[in-house]
Design a protein around this ligand. Structure first.
Ligand code: ATP
Length: 750
């Protein structure tokens, strides 16, 4: 992720604007731009109403202070306004904007918008010298002001719910839009199931099927239509009807078809939601309803991811401006493989437009290739798991029997992973046995054969239907496990779980010489809200937990607006500070206590003084986030008592121990998508390894730098800090300075 660089060239005056369609998370980016710039000693302005404000000037160009961006992190939309500006499209408009910028001393611009907005910024940058000369020649700007002008610099961040930009894996707002879509589709699915109705749901995406595709994966929709990959047959209506009909016959009560706004058939003819409804009514004689989600997808509070990702991007944008020479090639700051990256902005814009052109001209393979491998494999996984029934096994094929089980605490997304793993395995002609209640079931032989429809509806369901717990098998129980494995002729085990599940699988793997039954492929898929598992930067459930925390903190904060109050919020994670740090970044907590950093009396004393000073200067709310195991003695009640007593009349203190609400609820869209991706790769591994015979291979799967990777179990001791049950390397710890910087009290100059 982004590093904090020293300032190499002070004295920039940076403006930030949001342009084009609004996107949740824009506020987090604006806040990060403003505060990073101020903390680095730069002047910073916000341009209200996008380029329209730049052209109008006057009170649309507002000097920003530390406090100007307080309290906006959790708000949807953009607090500095956005617009589409016809005037800025003309040279005359840009001349006027240049005059306004020159007069305010603005030499750098952070643009947060779509490809149109980013092109607009580039046009201004390219014309800058000519515009300055013209302004001087016409007397609109005096030569003195013009002589201080340096080449104009720009940096772009992509704000767009469609996730339609090349150069970044995800755009600001797309994750929140997926939240809105999954909430809506989940809600519709329950009423659809009650009446055995079919719903056609239209989601945004004129050129990009990201929201439709990921929305379908996340909700278990029955059919999806997207612009980049139209159905490959002319009578796609027949395929769709057959799919839905077979689903009904197999026992499916709800049928959901998701249609992207820009969906089309292979000849380029638009496929609208209304068209799909008519087809289904005429051919299936069903009661079909259409829901067009529309602007709901743009609205509402940003997701946890959109808050912290946009914060990191905004911070990196200012660092980029301060490090690059004036007027250098503009960069787009985005996320690639879970890291903040920079890429030439106009190349990204051109590539983005190329996808749209490919779709328009009917070059669908070209469009899919430009979208990248992840998109194509997501589509192919979706096509399998939404089938009404699996493909029959091929004649003479060896049909393996795999066991799927959990182990460890519950994590939202476990059911989604089981569903995907089961269906992908059955579709390849193999058998799946579910093991109930984790290792307890393995010891007791509580196995059952799972069928295609066993997991109907599991994509969106929280909890763990197979049952999970932290029980580890005792040495004396290994014999029983070995017997059950042999009796049920298990060819491989997929464990979807947390640290105690991993440890138990490690034990079986280590005992394979004593118990040859354990000489079978085993794979662990990380599912734990704590995000403390080896070989993966993220585990399933942690994104849901973060969203649960962020939602709870939003409510806690609003309960205290009128009073001078400090909250100490305790979050889960055991000895891993991931939830504490990331929720701190996403909520703007001023202090984050983690086991990794330790807590000392000196820290508490310092924080107390900082709080007192803040409340003396008029602060109304304090927010401290504490990881549950940050320190065994300085507990949350202890800290609250200390701050309450020492804060005196200045402020009062309340504790909020969030507890199990963090583990509960339905999985977030990201957790559902990650669960599906990881399950698909785990199944591939098991099938491949089982095919090699009893090699005793065991691995854990994980997401590393955006890629799914397998790590052999023998690497566990090298990767894991087994005293504290967390990985030795924790990539997210480098984000702590950014959290600290942005939530710190205002620097004196601001
Ligand atoms: P969205 O993805 O939400 O549509 P966008 O940034 O692509 O966002 P546009 O309407 O294309 O939205 O552009 C927003 C504004 O950027 C325009 O109203 C215009 O002011 C400016 N702009 C776009 N393209 C150009 C251009 N080629 N030259 C100058 N300005 C432009």
């Amino acid at each position: 992720m982004s590093e904090t660089h020293p300032v190499t060239r002070p004295g920039r005056t940076i403006a930030v604007l949001t342009s084009g369609g609004d996107a949740p998370g824009m506020n987090a980016a604006v806040r990060a731009v403003v505060r990073t710039a101020l903390a680095r000693g730069q002047r910073v302005y916000a341009i209200r109403e996008g380029y329209e404000g730049a052209v109008s000037g006057g009170d649309r160009i507002v000097p920003m202070t530390w406090a100007s961006v307080g309290g906006i992190l959790h708000q949807g939309g953009t607090s500095i306004g956005t617009a589409r500006s016809e005037r800025f499209r003309t040279r005359e408009g840009r001349l006027q904007a240049a005059e306004n910028f020159l007069k305010a001393g603005i030499d750098s611009l952070v643009v947060i918008g779509g490809d149109g907005s980013l092109s607009g910024a580039d046009a201004l940058r390219q014309e800058w010298r000519g515009l300055v000369d013209e302004l001087v020649a016409s007397g609109r700007v005096d030569a003195g002001t013009a002589s201080t002008a340096i080449p104009f610099s720009i940096v772009g961040l992509v704000g767009s719910i469609d996730n339609d930009m090349s150069g970044t894996d995800i755009t600001i707002g797309a994750d929140t839009a997926l939240h809105r879509i999954t909430e809506a589709v989940d809600a519709i699915a329950s009423t659809a199931a009650s009446h055995q109705r079919t719903f056609v749901i239209e989601v945004m995406g004129r050129h990009c099927g990201y929201l439709a595709l990921m929305g379908a994966i996340a909700t278990g929709a029955s059919f999806v239509l997207i612009p980049e990959s139209p159905p490959d047959v002319d009578d796609w209506q027949a395929t769709m009807c057959e799919r839905l009909h077979t689903g009904r016959q197999a026992g499916r009560r709800d049928s959901i078809v998701i249609v992207a706004e820009g969906a089309r058939d292979r000849h380029g003819n638009a496929i609208t939601a209304e068209h799909v409804r008519k087809v289904l009514e005429e051919r299936l004689h069903e009661d079909v309803r259409v829901t067009i989600l529309g602007h709901v997808q743009r609205g509402g509070a940003p997701s946890a991811f959109d808050r912290y990702m946009s914060t990191l991007l905004g911070h990196a944008a200012v660092e980029e401006l301060l490090l690059s020479p004036p007027g250098s090639e503009p960069q787009l700051i985005g996320m690639r493989d879970n890291r903040v990256t920079r890429q030439p902005l106009m190349q990204c814009v051109e590539k983005t437009r190329k996808v749209a052109e490919c779709v328009k001209s009917g070059d669908y393979p070209g469009a899919m290739a430009l979208r990248g491998r992840g998109f194509a494999s997501a589509l192919s996984t979706l096509r399998t798991i939404v089938r009404a029934l699996p493909h029959p096994p091929t004649e003479g094929q060896k049909r393996f029997r795999f066991a799927i089980m959990h182990g460890g605490g519950p994590a939202p997304g476990m059911n989604t992973a089981v569903r995907a793993a089961l269906r992908l395995t059955l579709d390849r002609g193999h058998h799946v046995l579910g093991v109930r209640h984790a290792f307890k079931g393995l010891v007791e032989g509580d196995f059952f054969e799972m069928g295609w429809m066993t997991v109907n509806g599991w994509a969106s369901r929280g909890g763990a239907e197979l049952g999970t717990n932290r029980r580890q098998p005792a040495d004396r129980e290994l014999y029983q496990i070995a017997r059950h494995v042999e009796k049920h002729e298990i060819d491989g085990i997929l464990l979807i779980g947390g640290w105690s599940g991993y440890a138990a699988i490690a034990k079986l793997h280590a005992e394979r010489e004593r118990f040859p039954a354990f000489n079978l492929p085993m794979i662990c898929l990380p599912a734990s809200i704590n995000n403390n598992l080896p070989g993966s930067e993220l585990s399933i459930g942690s994104d849901t937990a973060l969203n649960n925390i962020v939602g709870a903190v939003d409510k806690i904060k609003t309960s205290a607006v009128a009073s001078q109050r400090c909250f100490v919020v305790e979050v889960m994670g055991r000895r891993c500070g991931y939830l504490a740090l990331l929720s701190g970044l996403a909520t703007g907590a001023e202090r984050i206590y983690m086991h990794e950093d330790g807590v000392t009396l000196a820290h508490l004393q310092h924080d107390l003084e900082t709080l007192k000073e803040g409340f003396r200067r008029g602060k109304r709310l304090g927010l401290l986030i504490r990881n549950e195991d940050a320190n065994p003695f300085y507990t949350t009640p202890f800290m609250c008592a200390l701050f309450e007593q020492e804060g005196g009349e200045l402020f009062d203190v309340r504790q909020a121990i969030l507890g199990h609400l963090q583990q509960g609820g339905d999985p977030s869209p990201f957790d559902r998508i990650l669960a599906t991706r990881m399950a698909a790769a785990s199944v591939e591994y098991l099938i491949a390894e089982a095919g090699k015979g009893p090699t005793g291979a065991a691995a854990f799967i994980g997401l590393r730098e955006g890629k799914l990777t397998l790590t052999p179990f023998d690497e566990m001791p090298r990767l894991m800090d087994c005293t504290n049950d967390r990985p030795k390397e924790q990539w997210w710890r480098q984000l702590a300075p950014i959290a600290e910087l942005l939530a710190a009290p205002a620097p004196p100059a601001a």
